[in-house]
Design a protein around this ligand. Structure first.
Ligand code: ADP
Length: 388
């Protein structure tokens, strides 16, 4: 394969696009190391090596009145960006997460240089904010792949960038010391989990379900083997690197909701987003979207103690997906609920998985619920075994 290296022009229009753009840059560096990237981005993309045309703050203007107030500068920046793109003639213009600015730039480029392909880059995890739109993902992937009709390897690389495999465990070993004797819990567990797939994990108590979820969720390091998130190895990552990856890519739901009692439902959903760097306003907006999507629109201001068990667990689910993770790990999420409520909470989980392309491992003792998932796995002698 001798294709020319890809040249991409990435344009982010706001902070969430900047974080997503940085992720795309990391993936491209891994999968297409020769690709050159120009564009407009913020701190996160600059950290990945982008020489941004101008500071993202110049154009990250939200709300109608602010846009009007900053209009002359915005129009100048749109022109400047479009001209830079037309001069540079990239293989593709990638607008990220589609805010207004990026769309205007795209329209201008389309008018000036219709031959430059334009990709609207929205990751599957971002679709989590717009439940129900996941089916559009396939058409979107096809559009991305159609950009490089003469470069088959680029097809494969971009398909990988599209994160079809959310999580992979390779030869994972985990042992605990019991006095002087090691207790071998995982002895080389392998698993591949794709976006939009729900896997039931059933095994007797003590078999190592929680251990598996902790290792898969980057809470514990394996003693040997590797956990790959979106194809990226975590074996050699620093603790800080793993923590930051976990915060963005993985959500947890436990048997007990673990909501912070002194905060409202809405604030509980906002917190993980603010820890990740979103501002209050944006975090609040996403919390409201999730609350209303989960049928909890009227419960936002309630504290956990003022909610029913099922509602508490649905808020915990909303919190787990607040940062639009790729992977959801649930440890007996309905284990503490009566059967009817359990069913409702489980349906909520499954709806989210189906609608947003989330990949989920759900540990449960409930075989009826396990039967409603896509695959069933168990742990046998420290290995993951597919059931049926
Ligand atoms: P499960 O979730 O299937 O009930 P766990 O993963 O919680 O199983 O535990 C598997 C085994 O590992 C149990 O025997 C448990 O006592 C042991 N174990 C779990 N965590 C630790 C730890 N931090 N230190 C020592 N032993 C542990």
């Amino acid at each position: 394969m001798t294709g020319k290296p890809m040249r991409l022009f990435l344009v982010a229009g706001e902070k969430s696009g900047d974080l997503l753009g940085a992720k795309l840059m990391q993936a491209l560096r891994r999968l297409a190391p020769a690709a050159t990237i120009e564009g407009v981005g913020g701190e996160a993309m600059i950290r990945e090596g982008l020489a941004s045309l101008f500071p993202l703050e110049d154009i990250a203007v939200m709300g109608f009145t602010s846009v009007i107030a900053h209009l002359p500068r915005l129009l100048r920046r749109i022109d400047e960006t479009a001209r830079a793109i037309v001069d540079s003639k990239p293989d593709a213009l990638v607008i990220i997460d589609s805010p207004d600015f990026t769309h205007r730039v795209a329209r201008k480029v389309r008018a000036l240089a219709p031959a430059i392909p334009i990709v609207d880059y929205v990751s599957p995890s971002v679709w989590a904010w717009r439940p129900g739109r996941a089916p559009k993902m396939r058409a979107y992937v096809d559009r991305v792949l159609a950009l490089f009709p003469f470069e088959p390897a680029a097809h494969e690389r971009l398909a990988e960038v599209r994160m079809t495999e959310a999580l992979r465990l390779v030869g994972v070993e985990r042992r605990y010391m019991q006095g002087a004797t090691p207790l071998e819990i995982l002895r080389g567990a392998n698993l591949s989990l794709r976006a939009g797939e729900a896997v039931a994990l059933t095994a007797p108590s003590g078999a190592g379900k929680s251990t598996l979820l902790h290792v898969a969720g980057l809470l514990e390091r394996p003693d040997a083997g590797d956990v790959l998130v979106e194809g990226a190895s975590t074996a050699a990552m620093s603790d800080d690197g793993r923590t930051s990856l976990r915060r963005g890519a993985i959500g947890f739901v436990y048997q007990f909701h673990h909501l912070l009692p002194e905060f409202s439902a809405r604030e509980n959903i906002m917190l993980p987003q603010m820890i990740r760097g979103l501002d209050r306003k944006e975090a609040g907006k996403r919390a409201d979207e999730l609350l209303s999507y989960l049928g909890l629109g009227a419960r936002g201001t309630h504290r956990p103690a003022e909610l029913s068990g099922g509602e508490q667990q649905r808020v915990a689910i909303a919190r787990a997906v607040a940062n639009a993770p790729l992977v959801l790990l649930a440890d007996e999420p309905t284990g503490n609920l009566d059967p009817r409520t359990a069913d409702h909470v489980f349906e909520t989980l499954m709806t989210l998985v189906r609608a947003t392309g989330l990949a989920a491992i759900i540990a449960t003792h409930n075989f009826e619920l396990a039967g409603r998932m896509d695959r069933r796995i168990t742990l046998r002698d420290g290995l993951i075994v597919e059931l049926e």
